[in-house]
Design a protein. Sequence first.
Length: 247
Amino acid sequence: FADKRAGEFSELVKTEDGTADQMSRESCEELTVEQFWEKYECKGLPCIITGIPEREAWPAATKWANLQTFFQEFANVEFELGWDDSDASAVSIRLDHFEKYMKEQCDDSPLKIFHGRFDHDKEQLLQHYHVPSYFPDDYMALAGNDRPPHRWIIVGPRRSGSPMHQDPFCSSAWNTLLAGKKLWLFLPPETSPEVATGMLVRPTQADDEAICHFLDILPLQHACSDEQFRPIVCTQCPGDTVFVPGG
């Protein structure tokens, strides 16, 4: 993979960098909370809001923008990578070991940190950011101690990503990027699972990893001219916050 598909991915990145976003992009300097509600949230439309970490004075805006600082500060702290298939137990790794993996890996779909528990050594991370002013309502907080997982820190190398998925609780979400770039693919909520996952066009040997979706499945879906397939593709840059509407 590292010899062939990584090169294909690099070409894809160049193409996407030169393509205008298919999603609305707003500056937090100009977009009010009321305008966000009227234009996007009440209509269930996704958007990108730029500049929130800087405008709302997140310590993370400067502290985490340099990943090396993050790796040094939490070098000996363990973060979750995922779950063991045999017993569903969490699999963790020390951050300094993950940093080494990030620099040396050549996997087709690399591992990424996906951590949702902010206790002990990681509790201080909660002081480095806060919920953006555009999202004041948090109805899941009413569940108290029964609340499902609702916040994560994600760190991944080039080519890492998530397969096509839908929030199991159909809740809205926001995602702020501090370093690197992230390529997104959105589909309308009425899109059938077969179309969303590419099952109708996916080659037998292909899997559902994010990189395969962009390199293999997405071009095939475009070629089919299926009216059900109405994708929105966008690139998230440092300082960008992506709003993902519920559903």
